[in-house]
Design a protein around this ligand. Structure first.
Ligand code: ATP
Ligand code: MG
Length: 311
């Protein structure tokens, strides 16, 4: 069996903004929340995803876990094209492709015992709600058996975050996409939680997509890192190489490798059609070509790619 768990080939996801204005005529034009993104993830590998707000990170996690459909391009899981999978088959695969949302702790039912919440989760995906499996899963995230009958209201923030991880793990996933899995967690507990994520990954050989604004978290967890902006993937490479020697002008700006006097505002794509590179208007290296034609991702060093005409 191939080592590649997930592959996105040229994936574009359109999002429709709410119509506004007189007769709802404005804002009806869809936005390319993901724009021609290609990447792959191996079993047991962690890909970190970074970039400014509105860059498409959450949309990427949703497309990769089949929570949002690709309007163009293909999604492959274990080499199988699952882009058009529908109904029960799609749902079955979604169980193996878990997403831990940014507000995961807030979606816990505060007064419902842990055991019942995990049983709900298993039933929802058509699995037998076997309590011994739940107990084993809780143990894996360092919540001993005593937590089975406890409610989230009686747990600390760190324990709740571990429960959010257990809720994904109990479904026996291949991949977990986690949006800010340690943000808002007490700094003292953060290290412990990161260690736990790494340990669980090793034990189960999971693929991880980790979105985080905290560079320390990404450096700690990610084997490779993807830099996104305006729905595009600008750079992808080994984590330390990207942090030390980012090539794309946006990555250099975002990682603070380049002195910048003017901080460009976060992109609001609504109503904009970008022909060339979305960064061109802020980029010191931009030429006429950059405004006309979006650069493709190409290799700048072994295993390290960037999408920039100037490189
Ligand atoms: N609810 C929505 N309805 C319509 N368009 C949306 C919606 N949410 C996001 N978008 C569009 O999709 C683009 C990508 O958004 P996404 O949430 O994936 O970015 P992100 O990188 O996760 O941002 P953040 O760091 O703020 O979480 C945004 O620029 C926006 O134009
Ligand atoms: Mg997001």
């Amino acid at each position: 069996m191939s080592d590649t768990l997930l592959e996105l080939q040229n994936v574009t996801v359109l999002r429709h903004t709410e119509p506004t204005g007189l007769f709802g005529l404005w804002g009806a034009k869809p936005v390319r929340a993901l724009d021609g993104v290609s990447l792959s993830l191996r079993r047991g590998e962690t890909l970190g995803i970074i970039g400014g707000s509105g860059g498409g990170k959450t949309t990427l996690a949703e497309a990769a876990t089949l929570r949002r459909s690709a309007d163009r391009g293909r999604v492959l899981v274990e080499g199988r094209d699952v882009t058009k999978l529908k109904g029960d088959d799609r749902r079955k695969l979604q169980r193996r492709l878990q997403i831990i949302r940014q507000d995961a702790r807030e979606t816990l039912e505060l007064d419902r015992p842990v055991r019942k919440q995990l049983q709900d989760q298993m039933r929802q995906y058509g699995l037998p709600d076997d309590v011994s499996r739940i107990a084993r899963t809780l143990e894996r995230v360092a919540l001993p058996a005593g937590f089975l009958e406890r409610t989230p209201a009686e747990m600390s923030g760190g324990e709740q975050q571990r429960l959010a991880i257990a809720r994904a793990l109990v479904l026996n996933p291949l991949l977990i996409a986690a949006d800010e899995p340690v943000s808002g967690v007490d700094p003292g507990l953060k290290g412990e939680l990161l260690k736990l994520l790494m340990q669980v990954q090793r034990e189960l050989n999971l693929g991880y997509l980790i979105i985080s604004q905290e560079f320390r978290t990404i450096r700690r967890l990610a084997d490779r890192v993807a830099v996104m902006h305006a729905g595009r993937l600008y750079e992808l490479g080994p984590t330390e190489q990207v942090f030390a020697d980012a090539r794309h002008p946006y990555s250099r700006f975002f990682l603070g490798l380049e002195a910048n006097d003017a901080v460009p505002p976060e992109e609001d794509l609504a109503g904009r059609v970008i022909a060339g590179c979305p960064w061109a208007e802020h980029c010191p290296l931009a030429t006429a070509l950059c405004r006309e034609e979006a650069p493709a991702l190409r290799e700048v060093a072994p295993g390290h790619a960037a999408a920039c005409h100037a490189l």
